[in-house]
Design a protein around this ligand. Sequence first.
Ligand code: NAP
Length: 344
Amino acid sequence: MSREGTMLAVRVHEYGPPEVLRPEEVPVPRPGPGQVLVEVEAVSVGFAQTQMRRDLFPAPMWRPAFPIVLGGDVVGVVTETGPGVEGVRPGDRVGAYTLHGAYAEYAVLDAASLVPVPGDLDAVRATVLPGSGPIAMGTLGVADPRPGERVLVHAASGGIGHLAVQLARLAGAGQVIATAGSAAKRDFVRGLGADVVVDYGEDGWAERVREATDGAGVDVVLDSVGGQVLRQGIGLLAPFGRLVFYGSSNGGLDIPHISPMELIGIKYVTGFALSAWRAARPDRYRTDHKLLVDYLRDGAVRDVVHAVLPLHQVAQAHEIIESRSHIGRVVLKVGRNAEDRLST
Ligand SMILES: NC(=O)c1ccc[n+]([C@@H]2O[C@H](COP(=O)([O-])OP(=O)(O)OC[C@H]3O[C@@H](n4cnc5c(N)ncnc54)[C@H](OP(=O)(O)O)[C@@H]3O)[C@@H](O)[C@H]2O)c1
């Protein structure tokens, strides 16, 4: 925070390409009831924020007024608490997955959404804790794979996907099948422990998945891609199979309509939103968090970070994600270093 009580924030004044992300000096916000103010150390950039920026985000609950400061997985230190906040104090290191206000030096976060962040974890790495990690764990939690079942993970080299592959393995999946859009991504996903990796950009990818299961189909599909991939995934489900839809990276606002007739072979299709999971299963969310910290510490889960950029280069981070060139996560480092200040 500067002496005048201002900070660097990246704001969006109109929907559009990455250039609409504008670094600006703005007043530091104040926490309201039930909120805390956090000095941000790092924030990860995901595909969802690129859809928000383009006004292609499919979730109806996201409709903020301009100017918008986009959200993400934030890690930082609490500097102030609002009225009615209990159990969190200034100085606490915390993380949150937030829909708004993350691309800034200070972020106002709902106290109820905070997770503790161990002091010894590097801030960039720790951004996996509030959102990407719990989403990978939560989608698997909803699908609830039994030991030995076959799990298909789409977009498996992405920020969430690469964690889901490893977590499916740890959950005891009998076969982990993954999809990815380039040879380098497929090699990467194989290296994470996927048994079979398929290019879902090629015609006939679903047949190749079916062949890999000796014709049986899969028990679980984690789908963040949508469009035709979603429909083909339903076709791949074995009886009692569960497809969890949690993103529409290729379908955008074009979400397929599903007829109950497609499910007549005893197939389940459900959705997943982190906010709904956290509200419905708060204990599980907390247990998953502790487990994830342990997995990261002992190396059972490898969190791969593709690029780390300063906050003011967030447009470049969005370009990387939209070019589909990244493997793993893209993270912004935020701090009071000279690099991150605007030269005004
Ligand atoms: N439900 C929730 O609570 C929640 C919360 C946050 C994010 N999400 C969703 O989770 C998914 C993964 O997010 P992430 O942050 O891990 O993103 P990410 O790292 O950018 O990964 C997204 C992956 O989608 C694939 N993809 C397919 N079609 C694409 C297209 N047209 N443009 C760009 N990428 C495309 C890319 O892999 P290939 O090149 O291999 O195809 C890419 O690796 C997204 O759909 C996001 O919206 C859900």
